[in-house]
Design a protein around this ligand. Structure first.
Ligand code: UD1
Ligand code: UDP
Length: 357
């Protein structure tokens, strides 16, 4: 089978690490990077660290509004697909790169496979929710991370081509956990003690783009009972600078800033944190896999199983609720919600089954 894979954002490099090399063992893959993320620390570092094959095409689309970004990607992807003539296009997750890859495939009449199909936050104010819904309704092969995702699709009338394969981020987490666990010396870089700090990430448009929400987020992070390490996403860095709140955030050393970190550094910190505060999608899952409580800075999640299992608490930007969530006892059990770490193999098998000529 010959597959064009379209990726472009930090979490998609992580997800592709579970599939691309495996796919290439017996099949052909053409890897396309849209350039939605272009800073080394959001892209190149992951390609190198996670052993992702060399990229065949870099579209260098760069930043812009959701509309501009998607339009530019579509414009670049149409001739590329005409030239490469794959049996299928593979996309991951819910970003603008996912949407563009999906729509370009559908417009070219090429089969589309979507990894993380069926995730829903049921909040269409999030650009990601629109991207998920559209990608799923255009897909011929819908590769689901959880049973809940399969059920979400069924409610929207999508049953053909739906396969429950497990979550590819589990594969990557399992592969890198032993190495990450050994790197505790890096805690010293920020003078942190095992279990004695909180790891935070925030970049969701709904949390950082509106200055009022951003101000509440800053106060929440400053008011935590333990030191907070915040590897700063460039979107958030920019918004904090625009609002003039970067100094307020770090005053008093309650919040320690770091640049966006590589996967291994980030995973080491995650495994050693008392809890994680995040509005990321992937980090909610990774916290669960690492057995670290997650406090999600949103009012909904597309990963509800982690909440039902008692490991994740939705607090939106309520600082009291966040403090309470951190004090909650850890549940006794952590069931296998997202598969066994072999999702990549199943993704490849389903691609071959569905799209081989
Ligand atoms: C995007 C995805 C989001 C995903 C996140 C992963 C959409 C709608 N959003 O959000 O779902 O969770 O990636 O991290 O697709 N910037 C840089 N350098 C870069 C990239 C971005 O400085 O390499 C800055 C620019 O100011 C840019 C801003 O960050 O305008 C936002 O980048 P963008 O890719 O539009 O969205 P993310 O917030 O990264
Ligand atoms: N991540 C990382 N370094 C960081 C922050 C996150 O390596 O400083 C990884 C994290 O382990 C996860 C992925 O990036 O695998 C999540 O990406 P992000 O939060 O940007 O996107 P989302 O999952 O919300 O779409």
């Amino acid at each position: 089978v010959r597959v064009v894979t379209v990726i472009g954002n930090r979490p998609q490099f992580v997800k592709a690490a579970a599939v691309s090399s495996l796919l290439r063992q017996e099949h052909e893959e053409v890897l396309v990077h849209t350039g939605q993320h272009y800073d080394d620390e959001l892209s190149t570092v992951f390609v190198q660290e996670l052993g992702i094959p060399a990229l065949e095409h870099e579209l260098a689309i760069g930043s812009g509004s959701n509309t501009q970004q998607t339009a530019r990607m579509l414009e670049a992807l149409a001739p590329l697909l005409a030239q490469e003539r794959p049996d299928a296009v593979l996309v991951y997750g819910d970003t603008n790169s996912t949407l563009a890859g999906a729509l370009a495939a559908a417009q070219a009449g090429i089969g589309l496979a979507h990894v993380e199909a069926g995730m829903r936050s049921f909040d269409r104010l999030m650009p990601e929710e629109l991207n998920r819904v559209v990608a799923d309704h255009l897909s011929t092969l819908l590769l689901c991370s959880s049973q809940g995702a399969v059920e979400n699709l069924a409610r929207e009338g999508i049953v053909d081509g739906v396969e429950m394969v497990g979550d590819v981020m589990v594969d990557v987490a399992q592969l890198f956990a032993p190495r990450a666990r050994q790197r505790t010396a890096m805690l010293e870089r920020w003078n942190l003690k095992e279990g004695g700090f909180l790891l935070a990430t925030a970049h969701r448009a709904g949390n950082v783009d509106a200055p009022e929400r951003l101000a509440v987020l800053v106060e929440l992070l400053r008011g935590m009972p333990l030191p907070v390490l915040l590897p700063l996403h460039p979107r958030t860095a920019r918004r904090l600078q625009e609002a003039g709140t970067l100094e307020a955030l770090t005053a008093g050393d309650r919040v320690l800033l770091a640049p966006p970190l590589g996967y291994l550094d980030f995973t080491t910190l995650l495994m050693n944190a008392r809890a994680v505060l995040t509005d990321s999608g992937g980090v909610q899952k990774e916290a669960y896999l690492a057995g670290v409580p997650c406090v999600t800075l949103r009012d909904r999640t597309e990963w509800p199983e982690t909440v039902q299992a008692g490991w994740n608490t939705l607090v939106d930007l309520d600082a009291d609720a966040a403090r309470e969530a951190i004090e909650r006892p850890i549940p006794d059990e952590r069931p296998e919600l997202y598969g066994d770490g072999r999702a990549g193999e199943r993704v490849v098998a389903e691609l071959v089954r569905r799209f081989s000529a």
